[in-house]
Design a protein around this ligand. Structure first.
Ligand code: MRU
Length: 351
């Protein structure tokens, strides 16, 4: 399998990303040299997906520091504290962003004696965030591959692949592992209105990898599943509460309900960095509300009558009882999730 261009690259002194808003029609790179450019890229979804947001947000701290040319350690510390909010809060639902930004800033501030050391620690820790995510994706791929050994048709929603992580993806990692092993595989990717991450991004990256992918309108997925054409679902996550309730792209819960009705497994794949045990259950997860215009328009054209309202929640919460298992790099977690999640976090040494 050829190695595709990674969605996030550190080039000399700045970040280069693929502008995911333009995919699949155009593969254009965007150079990120300032905090404002980083926040803009996050908010307009040029870079997106929970683990990718963590990796990108960490690197964004380095460019955010460099652009202000601090002349002392205390000026640099003030700038990083500013960025904790500016970059860490650019989108609220994916815990990976908040957590990675806090981790990198805390490590740099607590362990550096001078400016050069601070910058070096920021960059090293940011690269570590990405490297850990890459390793987690590989392990999720291996474990998911074992779990899905007998499944030949898989359903997925949104994009939880290479474009959304620093590795082979979460939900898509087992698909790459199956394809690599030469096993038969067909993927149904739901289009994911309003921003079409399934139709544009999942279809693009799976097709690029030579995997058989069929795009299905969101409204047609339930009947596809109920007609017996899908063996199992696998989706990603933006934040998983202590009891296993999972926030993921809007529409995910309807896929989970269809899976239950059809009697097929519904798997969530996510690194442990997406688990937030500070939140006991899903109702505490902040759901990003996006601009109504994304619903009113399609590819820049108005599709709703002027004057009507639109709601645009970016995520929903799938209750834990609809989830068959959560595939993490620390193992395949099953109900009761409070216990299996706590054990997994102990294994990873998470604080
Ligand atoms: O709004 P997006 O495109 O950032 O939403 C992404 C998702 O919901 C993904 O499924 C999730 O972040 C997991 S990515 C490995």
């Amino acid at each position: 399998m050829k190695r595709p261009t990674p969605p996030i690259q550190w080039v000399d002194d700045h970040i280069r990303i693929i502008d995911q808003v333009l995919l699949p029609t155009e593969v254009r790179f965007v150079e990120i040299r300032t905090a404002a450019q980083a926040v803009d890229a996050i908010q307009r979804l040029a870079i997106r997906g929970a683990p990718a947001l963590g990796a990108f947000g960490s690197l964004a701290l380095v460019v955010a520091l460099d652009e202000t040319h601090p002349s002392s350690l205390s000026e640099a510390t003030t700038r990083l504290e500013e960025c904790r909010t500016l970059i860490g809060d650019a989108r609220p639902t994916a815990v990976n962003l908040r957590r990675a930004v806090d981790r990198v800033i805390d490590e740099a501030i607590s362990s550096s004696q001078d400016l050069a050391g601070l910058r070096a620690t920021l960059l090293r820790e940011a690269h570590a965030v990405a490297a850990e995510d890459e390793a987690a994706c590989t392990e999720i791929g291996r474990l998911g591959h074992e779990l899905l050994r007998d499944a030949t048709t898989l359903g997925t929603h949104c994009n939880a692949g290479r474009l959304a992580t620093a590795g082979t993806g979460t939900a898509l990692a087992p698909m790459y592992a199956k394809a690599q092993a030469g096993e038969p595989l067909k993927v149904f990717a739901s289009e994911t209105r309003p921003l079409l991450q399934g139709a544009r991004l999942t279809a693009w990256e799976l097709e690029d990898a030579g995997i058989d992918v069929t795009v299905v309108p969101d409204g047609a997925m339930a009947s596809t599943v109920l007609s017996g054409q899908v063996d199992a679902y696998i989706v990603g996550a933006d934040r998983i509460a202590a009891n296993g309730d999972t926030a993921n792209k809007i529409g995910t819960v309807s896929h989970a309900l269809a899976a239950r009705e059809a009697g097929i497994p519904f798997y969530v794949a996510a690194p442990t960095s997406t688990i937030d045990t500070n939140l006991p259950s899903g109702e505490h997860i902040e759901i990003e509300q996006r601009d109504e215009l994304e619903v009113h328009e399609m590819t820049g054209k108005r599709i709703t009558p002027q004057g009507v309202a639109a709601a645009n929640p970016a995520f929903d919460v799938t209750p834990h009882h609809l989830i068959s298992a959560i595939i993490t790099e620390a193992g395949v977690l099953r109900a009761p999730f409070e216990g299996s999640i706590a054990d997994a976090l102990t294994r990873t040494g998470a604080p």
